[in-house]
Design a protein around this ligand. Structure first.
Ligand SMILES: Nc1ncnc2c1ncn2[C@@H]1O[C@H](COP(=O)(O)OP(=O)(O)OP(=O)(O)O)[C@@H](O)[C@H]1O
Ligand SMILES: [Mg+2]
Length: 591
């Protein structure tokens, strides 16, 4: 028999498509044709496979060889078909029994010496195989643990083609030293990836050491972090350099509820396709954190690149946190590109062969200094930016992006007293995360039988009509609406946050205090209202959430003497600015 077939998988985004690999040998002049929409890396499979077969001690059939990959309409990229092609050729040449590979699904790149190299996207590939009913898959030894995450599939991890041939023919397995390069797929070696420059996560060991208790002071910002995690609200931290914005953002993923098994597989699949699964940790089961630098390229943020498209930062942060530090420094088109994933939870990448979708449902955390030099809010400390520069800088983030950010918080510089008097009252990540989890469960129970799972997802109209607040709860917000301090859209966001505040407090529906807290966190506008009783110890300090006087209509007109009140005044000014950005508005707080 001069024909054999086996199967492999093509990746379309993070979805696998089963591809049949057929080899046909005909009498004639020795030639090797590969058909079925291969890309460049795959076309080179001919040379790799031939060298690998010969260097594994097998004879290369000197006949007319055609290898077809079907369905031919699915574009196929990369080197992951090598091993399947080699097995099909050896079976067509009767070196292997064709029936031994007919029900196998084979994924792996071949080195010229016959070694099997790992490739990207093994988890989604094996998930697709399991869905299609395959029970046995062959992968490179390094990706066997990842493939084994899929239930109901027997995984054969191999080091070389020689070893696989021995397994399939029932011969003694040859001694193979482990791959000297070892570890994970090396995407750059496979020529498939963009450089990862600028797309940073947190190393596992560092992430484990981060605790919210390390953050001194910053009661409002800590509270905002808790609410963001509980309701899935996007968050914008504004404040001078060194106030702890990055510190806070890095502690946000650990406050999110642990991933469910299904979510963990989704996240792992994305990281697998990116070739970024950490060695020795096949399953990512906690919310990821991705903090791209503002100089990062557009494809690195949204995904793309030549060959097998690579997930960008928005997808690497799927089910976790996307942190944009110095957000106004990001190119406007990058910020614009975030709108689609924020809206739909996925990003669409246009390719010549059609567009593909990658998951991108993340919690967005933005951080920004008050002005290009960062000193704007500190009175008299040498800010050299003109009002126009300050306005322009803050204006870069205005509009449709900020419309989706429910929480906008002023992060004041931490005071010496706060930094020095670090006592044990600052709550730990564990304590806050437990509250977040309870609040999420409350929201999930209320939102059962709706398409939404967190408060942040609920559309404003539904929020206003479907669930009732305590009578009178909205009075303050309504007053602000009438005075033009809040837009109708702003009111919806206040409502969303108020429900999360209520969920955290264990209230069945938001009361006036919950709405006030939401108002402060939405606009930075202070209400001069006491904290709810339970939250006094929660924040580690008695006092007021805003800590300042009732808001005056003209920011900065009140006389302020206390340093804390001064800082709050800056919050007032920039809170007003967030709703109605205009040049030079920040000047008010210096009065
Ligand atoms: N609230 C705080 N509690 C404890 N340490 C802090 C706090 N704020 C800042 N620090 C210290 O200052 C360092 C810098 O903080 P961080 O990088 O989070 O500031 P930032 O607001 O992100 O500044 P930038 O705007 O320059 O990015 C931290 O690593 C920490 O050592
Ligand atoms: Mg920072």
């Amino acid at each position: 028999m001069a024909f054999a077939r086996t199967c492999s998988v093509a990746l379309v985004g993070v979805d696998g498509v089963i591809v049949e690999v057929q080899a046909d040998l005909e009498p004639g002049v020795a030639a090797f044709t590969l058909v079925g929409l291969p890309d460049k890396a795959l076309s080179e499979a001919r040379d790799r496979v031939r060298a690998a077969v010969v260097n594994s001690g097998e004879a290369w059939p000197q006949r007319k060889l055609t290898v077809g990959l079907s369905p031919a309409s699915v574009p196929k990229s990369g080197s992951g078909f090598d091993l399947a092609v080699a097995c099909a050729v050896l079976a067509a040449a009767e070196r292997l029994d064709p029936s031994s590979i007919a029900d196998l699904l084979i994924i792996g790149e071949l080195g010229l010496d016959g070694r099997v190299r790992p490739v990207r996207g093994v988890l989604p590939s094996v998930l697709a195989a399991a869905d299609a009913g395959y029970q046995r898959v062959v992968v490179a030894e390094q990706t066997a643990a990842e493939a084994s995450l899929v239930p109901g599939v027997t995984v054969i991890g191999v080091r070389s083609l020689r070893q696989l041939v021995a397994v399939l023919t029932g011969m003694p397995e040859p001694e193979e030293p482990p791959d000297p390069i070892g570890g994970r797929p090396d995407p750059l070696m496979a020529g498939l990836m963009l450089p990862t420059a600028g797309v940073r996560g947190l190393p596992d060991d560092k992430a484990a050491r981060l605790d919210l208790a390390d953050v001194a002071g910053q009661y409002e910002a800590r509270r905002a972090l808790e609410i963001a995690a509980a309701g899935g609200h996007h968050l914008y931290l504004k404040g001078p350099p060194g106030a702890g914005k990055t510190m806070l953002a890095e502690r946000l993923p650990a406050l999110l509820p642990p991933l469910t098994q299904k979510e963990a597989l989704e996240v792992t699949a994305v990281h697998s396709v990116a070739g970024l699964l950490p060695a020795g940790r096949p399953l990512i089961d906690s919310p990821p954190y991705c903090a791209p630098h503002h100089s990062t390229t557009m494809p690195a943020i949204v995904g793309g690149g030549s060959g097998l498209p690579r997930p960008g930062a928005v997808s690497l942060a799927h089910r976790g946190v996307l942190f944009l530090d110095e957000a106004p420094e990001f190119p406007v088109r990058v910020l614009d590109a975030l709108r689609q994933p924020l809206e739909s939870g996925e990003v669409v990448i246009a390719r010549s062969a059609g567009s593909l979708r990658l998951p991108a449902r993340f919690l967005l955390c933005l951080a920004a200094n008050p002005c290009p030099c960062g000193r704007h809010s500190r009175r008299g400390e040498g800010c050299e930016c003109t009002p126009a520069m300050v306005g322009r800088y803050q204006g870069r983030l205005s509009g449709p992006l900020l419309d989706r950010v429910d929480l906008q918080v002023q992060v004041a510089p931490v005071t010496r007293a706060e930094l020095m008097e670090r006592d044990s009252t600052a709550e730990s990540t564990e304590t806050v995360a437990a509250r977040v989890l309870a609040a999420r469960e409350r929201a999930a129970a209320r939102l059962a039988n709706t398409p939404w799972r967190t408060n942040a997802e609920v559309p404003g109209h539904e929020l206003r009509t479907r669930w009732q607040l305590t009578p009178g709860a909205l009075d303050d917000a309504a007053r602000q609406l009438e005075r033009g301090l809040l837009t109708a859209r702003g009111l919806d966001r206040v409502l969303r946050v108020a429900w999360t505040v209520a969920d955290l407090a264990g209230h069945d529906r938001p009361d006036q205090r919950d709405v006030r807290t939401a108002l402060v966190l939405r606009t930075g506008v202070e209400q001069g209202m006491p904290l709810p009783e339970g939250s006094i110890s929660r924040f580690g300090t008695p006092g007021r959430l805003g800590g300042g006087e009732p808001r005056t209509d003209q920011p900065g007109t009140a006389k302020r003497t206390q340093s804390r009140t001064r800082r709050s005044a800056a919050a007032t000014a920039s809170g007003a600015m967030a709703d109605q950005p205009s040049e030079g508005e920040g000047e008010g707080d210096e009065a």
